[in-house]
Design a protein around this ligand. Structure first.
Ligand code: ZN
Length: 231
């Protein structure tokens, strides 16, 4: 018994279980975020609102069936800290935890509750190499657990052009590197309901670029879910 206690103390010495929002110690049953922070998360509550703020961002740009965000993100505060933990502190669990909470909410919504595939926006290969993981995959993993649908991370890809592949000007190349996506198995997505996942949507240009390739698939219905949106 004593050995077991020591083992657990030893483990928590190196892997302290702290809240990613307020850095207080977590108690049993809390996952990554304490119940206090969780209860105070500024939810958008707009999943069932047709023509909501996020959907309006894409009007006239691309065809999206429904779009929503889980949390409002002011310039500083808990949501900012959570996203920072997820992106820059290798805290993948906070992404999974928030994804689970988001998925539960969508599952209870009227119009965004059923998808065949959950597809995280792919990270630029350079960033993936630097970070070692795609934070949107973590969010998608959590969402698939509570919302259902299959997490698909190997189909939608960023296509990076090298200098030898293009004769365009330097500016055009730079522009294209940031905005071109492709699918490795487009047939799999025919007639499917897709939920595209991002961590934070600001200008919407990444989602727009993804949608251009996804909307070419026959019968595909595209919705968008962002973990947070700036307010
Ligand atoms: Zn907390």
């Amino acid at each position: 018994m004593k050995a077991a206690i020591y083992a657990s103390d030893f483990f928590s010495l190196f892997f302290p279980a702290y809240c990613a929002g307020c850095h207080r110690s977590l108690v049993k049953g809390e996952e990554s975020i304490c119940l206090y922070c969780q209860s105070r998360l500024p939810r958008t509550s707009m999943h069932d609102e047709s023509g909501n703020k996020l959907e309006r961002l894409f009007w006239g740009r691309t065809d999206i069936e429904a779009a929503t965000a889980f949390l409002k993100m002011p310039r500083e505060g808990t949501v900012h800290r959570l996203i920072h933990e997820l992106k820059y502190k290798e805290n993948k669990n906070v992404g999974i935890r928030l994804g689970k909470l988001f998925g539960t909410e969508l599952g209870a919504s009227k119009r965004m509750n059923q998808y065949d595939y959950i597809i995280p926006v792919p990270l630029h290969p350079k960033k993936l190499y630097m970070r070692g993981y795609n934070q949107c995959d973590c969010i998608g993993e959590g969402m698939a657990l509570t919302l259902g649908g299959e997490l698909m991370t190997n189909n939608l890809r960023r296509i990076v052009f090298t200098q030898s592949q293009t004769r365009k000007s330097r500016y055009d190349r730079w522009k294209n590197v940031e905005t071109i996506f492709g699918l490795s198995q487009p047939d799999m997505l025919e007639g499917k309901r897709i939920l595209l996942i991002d961590d934070v949507i600001t200008t919407g240009s990444t989602i727009e670029a993804c949608s251009l390739v996804l909307n070419q698939i026959k019968g595909l219905k595209l919705s968008v879910a962002s973990l947070a949106m700036p307010v």
